[in-house]
Design a protein around this ligand. Structure first.
Ligand SMILES: Nc1ncnc2c1ncn2[C@@H]1O[C@H](COP(=O)(O)OP(=O)(O)OP(=O)(O)O)[C@@H](O)[C@H]1O
Ligand SMILES: [Mg+2]
Length: 471
């Protein structure tokens, strides 16, 4: 046991906030290992890769049953790539709605408010929608906007049931006016093009069929480890990749509404630096945890990071009841202590009783109650490394000061190396060999053997689009 929080709390939303180096990521590692050891499903979206490595190594050293539950998503794997096609239509999907959702995700990741950039939102939405209906991938996004013949070939196969989609492209989009086309398409192309020009992203998003099933990962209590490699992929690419993965997880969670509550397996997702990859569309997940069985453990460094995302900020403040507050700067401490949270003595007594009954007393650094009575913001400012206030908001608010347990750096022991290799091999079943992906892409782009849609001025051959009528 490496964590001080009872499992029941790790199955609820938790906001982890605190300055750099105060111990947030390490605390989360302890909590995640606790979930994994106890058979709970969970996932991480790690911007940097250290946590990914630590959890991976830790899990590789555990028993076979744990190892078999690990699913790796490493965009820079040297030989294999997980396939993720956010435009793939799954049973029950409504194409227009899904396109709208994804367009929102892209706009918001680039800090654009969909309401104030209606043109970009419209272009993203209708391009995604057309690609979905035509069973294409994100890689073809630039072609739809740049290449009239390609676009018309896709439109020719759109079924009449998607009349609104046709109406947009045939009657609203100014296809005959190159200057207007440029004006309409530029902002969305600028967002998507650099992303789909990155070979690592081509390998993931160029696969027509996703090789990873987030709904299954949640339903079967698997452990998903995602490394975003921000340092190598660059901020924008890493953030958009994270946002697409999160969007898929969110859609998978929303689709669980249909299963009876007692069969809905709780799944916890840890998102470090969440303000970069989470959009305010997550509000529904935050307000209705039970309904979807997805708990979010989200971490960031200071309150102001959320200022640029007011709706997300409001959703976190209003819907996340449990907060782990590590040491903060003066301004944030004041905010937290005085404005956002101000527990009374009774609340502190109450939480003390509850914690003791959960058998975690040994982990609690007890302070004289008188000390807790004083303005909490002083306390938040003066916390030591690895110390945090655990706050529960709600009808009865409560606060308690805790300290994370000492964690050792996960070291791979010789006997674990073989297990790690076995684990990596096992995971390749969720991914496709690179040669195969390039061949698949080349098949769709006979004119562009280097498979880079961005470099092909002519665009691809007009594809034959087959429409399977499912009705
Ligand atoms: N429980 C712990 N046991 C052992 N070492 C710890 C523990 N918590 C933190 N540390 C050490 O303290 C350092 C900072 O911790 P950590 O990376 O978790 O901070 P952080 O709050 O996530 O910082 P940042 O905001 O910069 O990501 C790390 O070197 C880590 O190894
Ligand atoms: Mg960290």
């Amino acid at each position: 046991m490496v964590a001080v929080l009872p499992i029941s709390l790790l199955l609820q939303h938790l906001w982890v906030v605190g300055g750099s180096g105060t111990g947030k990521t390490s605390a989360a590692r302890g909590w995640l290992m606790q979930l994994i050891e106890n058979g709970y499903g969970c996932g991480i979206i790690d911007p940097h890769g250290d946590l990914y490595q630590d959890v991976f190594t830790g899990a590789a050293g555990m028993n076979r049953r744990v190892r078999e539950r690990i699913v790796l998503f490493d965009p820079l794997h040297p030989t294999h790539s997980v396939g993720l096609n956010p435009l793939e239509l799954l049973p029950g999907d409504v194409p227009a709605r899904k396109a709208d959702f994804l367009a929102n995700v892209v706009s918001k990741i680039f800090g654009a408010d969909p309401a104030s950039t209606p043109r970009m939102q419209q272009m993203l939405r209708h391009t995604f929608w057309l690609l979905m209906i035509s069973k294409r991938t994100l890689l073809e996004f630039p072609f739809v906007l740049n290449n009239q013949a390609y676009r018309e070939a896709l439109l020719a196969c759109v079924p009449p049931s998607e009349q609104l989609l046709l109406d947009f492209w045939l009657y609203e989009f100014p296809a005959d006016n190159p200057r207007l086309v440029h004006e309409w398409t530029q902002s969305s192309l600028n967002k998507i093009r650099p992303f789909v020009s990155d070979p690592a992203m081509q390998l993931i998003f160029g696969q027509q069929r996703s090789t990873i099933n987030f709904r299954q990962i949640m339903d079967e209590g698997l452990v998903l480890l995602v490394n975003l490699h921000k340092g190598k992929l660059g901020d924008n690419t890493a953030h958009l990749l994270g946002a697409f993965i999160l969007a898929q997880i969110q859609l998978a969670a929303l689709s669980r509404e249909e299963i009876p509550q007692d069969e809905r397996r709780q799944w916890t997702l840890f998102v470090d630096e969440f303000q970069n990859v989470l959009t305010d569309d997550v509000e529904e997940i935050l307000t209705e945890t039970r309904k979807y069985g997805l708990a979010l453990m989200i971490a960031n460094q200071y309150y102001e990071q959320l200022d640029a995302h007011p709706k997300l900020q409001a959703a976190v403040l209003n819907s996340v009841r449990n907060w782990a507050v590590f040491r903060l700067g003066a301004k944030d401490s004041e905010l937290f202590g005085r404005d956002l949270f101000n527990p009374s003595l009774d609340m502190v007594k109450d939480v003390r009783t509850r914690y003791t009954s959960m058998g975690t007393e040994e982990d609690i650094v007890w302070r004289p109650l008188g000390e807790i009575e004083e303005m909490m913001w002083r306390q938040v400012k003066n916390l030591a490394d690895r110390e945090f206030w655990f706050l529960t908001k709600g009808k009865s608010q409560a606060a308690i000061k805790l300290r994370t347990r000492t964690l050792k750096k996960e070291v791979l022991r010789p006997r674990h190396v073989a297990q790690l290799e076995e684990l990596s091999a096992l995971n390749l079943s969720n991914a496709t060999p690179h040669d195969q992906v390039w061949a698949e892409i080349a098949r769709r782009y006979p004119d562009a053997p280097d498979s880079n849609p961005d470099r092909s001025d002519e665009g691809p051959d007009i594809p034959t689009v087959e429409w399977e009528d499912k009705t």
